[in-house]
Design a binder for this molecule. Sequence first.
Ligand SMILES: NC(=O)c1ccc[n+]([C@@H]2O[C@H](COP(=O)([O-])OP(=O)(O)OC[C@H]3O[C@@H](n4cnc5c(N)ncnc54)[C@H](OP(=O)(O)O)[C@@H]3O)[C@@H](O)[C@H]2O)c1
Length: 238
Amino acid sequence: MAQTVLITGTGRPYALGFNMVRRYLEHGDTVFASIRRPSEALEALREEYPEQLHILTMDIAVTESVNAAAAEAEKLTDHLDLIINNATTASADTMKELPDFDLDLIAPAVNVGAVGPIRVLKAFLPLLKKSAIGGLVVNISSEAGSIGKCYRTFYLDYGTEKAALNMLTMTVHNYFKNEPNLNIICIHPGWIRTNPGNTEAPLDPYEHAETLRNLFETKRHDKEGPVFVTYEGAPYPW
Ligand SMILES: NC(=O)c1ccc[n+]([C@@H]2O[C@H](COP(=O)([O-])OP(=O)(O)OC[C@H]3O[C@@H](n4cnc5c(N)ncnc54)[C@H](OP(=O)(O)O)[C@@H]3O)[C@@H](O)[C@H]2O)c1
């Protein structure tokens, strides 16, 4: 059965968000793909799928921007079945260690990478609640957000925002115990070649987008299983 999906951070053709958009479109689904600046690649995809693809402009760091995008979506659909919070950020200092890291860069990164997804969820929740098949939220986290497994001396911003995203996911998961039609998970998606300069990563973004699409369907109604999972569905340490 075709579903209606919102995916954030979808403008880069080599990155995960864009390739997930492609996979859902190919599967016959309707996709709301969000960007914060124009994307030629996404425009070309819209020409290919004019009935299925809607492009939303939304800066997930800004509540008014997210609320405006949700209002626009409400004119085009009466429900959402899946929200994939894929957009994220890292500061220019992300590879630096404490003595060289500008700590004032952490809060803005957390605002995008942790609060942003929950801002999106809150704004689009009325549409998600109207899903006939059960609304699912997938927050794309990272092993870098695991406190238990943390080994790095850098990623002061990125690791913090993903750990905060995990906490927010679990808190909303608890809230959803009273919402039988809704579920939420966060996932470590694996190491993917989402950057043209990165040829070392083992996973191809287009191929891997299908693995993730299939995994998400196994989690739609799984409210008792692990909430922070790998791309194979195994529990990952918080
Ligand atoms: N790649 C990996 O191996 C890997 C590993 C673990 C986890 N992940 C996670 O997987 C997801 C996708 O990774 P990726 O490498 O494909 O990501 P990416 O290339 O860094 O893309 C991030 C996207 O987020 C958007 N974005 C940034 N700030 C935003 C804002 N304020 N509002 C709206 N959109 C914003 C960017 O838009 P612009 O194009 O406009 O900058 C971009 O499209 C991320 O959540 C990442 O943390 C990836």
